[in-house]
Design a protein around this ligand. Structure first.
Ligand code: HEC
Ligand code: HEC
Length: 154
């Protein structure tokens, strides 16, 4: 009798849609004020805590920009990023020399998901950079990077 009940249950679990990853950015006023003026709010979940610490320790030389903050704000935003940093799935986000990667776009996970997009596509005037997630992921602001809402602009 038992087997008859278990089998349909097992099938139901198998046919459920795979749980889509959600990358919505947890609310944090300091992060929103200081880290979204030059670019979109990158999800803390996409980098390992070590990467966020390294990035937040080098804000005066931030990808060619000066994004320095006073120590109080810097520490508060670092705590927020570390508390929400990526877990097991994100991996260590370190480079071959085992230094923490500072870019989401250099992580193995990003490269794997964007393998089919050429460097030339990323350089299109409508896109400019792989870091410009919203160019293709129109719903990135809500944490939705699903392949169903992706559109690569011409
Ligand atoms: C003064 C402008 C400015 C401010 C303020 C700023 N950034 Fe940036 N950030 C940049 C630029 C420029 C890049 C490089 C973008 C590119 O390569 O297209 C960048 C890139 C990044 C990247 C890497 C994106 C990738 O390639 O994966 C992360 C992560 C990041 N910023 C986080 C932050 C955080 C966290 C803060 C707040 C503490 C912040 N940024 C504040 C200008 C800024
Ligand atoms: C040139 C367009 C483009 C840019 C820019 C881009 N992506 Fe994507 N991304 C795609 C496409 C296309 C896919 C779907 C790949 C597939 O599964 O076929 C994708 C897939 C993904 C996925 C996997 C979604 C899933 O359901 O598995 C994530 C996460 C993601 N992108 C995050 C980002 C982030 C974060 C950025 C910015 C740092 C970014 N992408 C920039 C085009 C882009």
């Amino acid at each position: 009798m038992k087997k008859l009940i278990v089998l349909p249950l097992l099938l139901a679990v198998l046919v459920l849609p795979a749980h889509a990853d959600n990358y919505s950015v947890p609310k944090n006023p300091a992060f929103e004020a200081e880290c979204t003026s030059c670019h979109m709010a990158y999800p803390p979940q996409m980098l390992h805590a070590d990467s966020w610490r390294a990035l937040m320790n080098g804000l005066s030389k931030h990808f060619g920009s000066d994004a320095s903050l006073d120590e109080k704000r810097r520490a508060a935003i670092t705590d927020f990023l570390v508390a929400n940093a990526g877990g097991r799935k994100t991996g260590t986000t370190r480079d071959a020399g085992s230094q923490p990667l500072l870019r989401i776009t250099e992580t193995a996970r990003f490269e794997k998901k964007h393998r089919e997009i050429s460097a030339a596509t990323f350089k299109r005037a409508s896109i400019k950079s792989p870091a410009n997630c919203t160019a293709c992921h129109a719903q990135a602001a809500t944490g939705n990077y699903s392949e169903h809402s992706v559109r690569i602009p011409k």
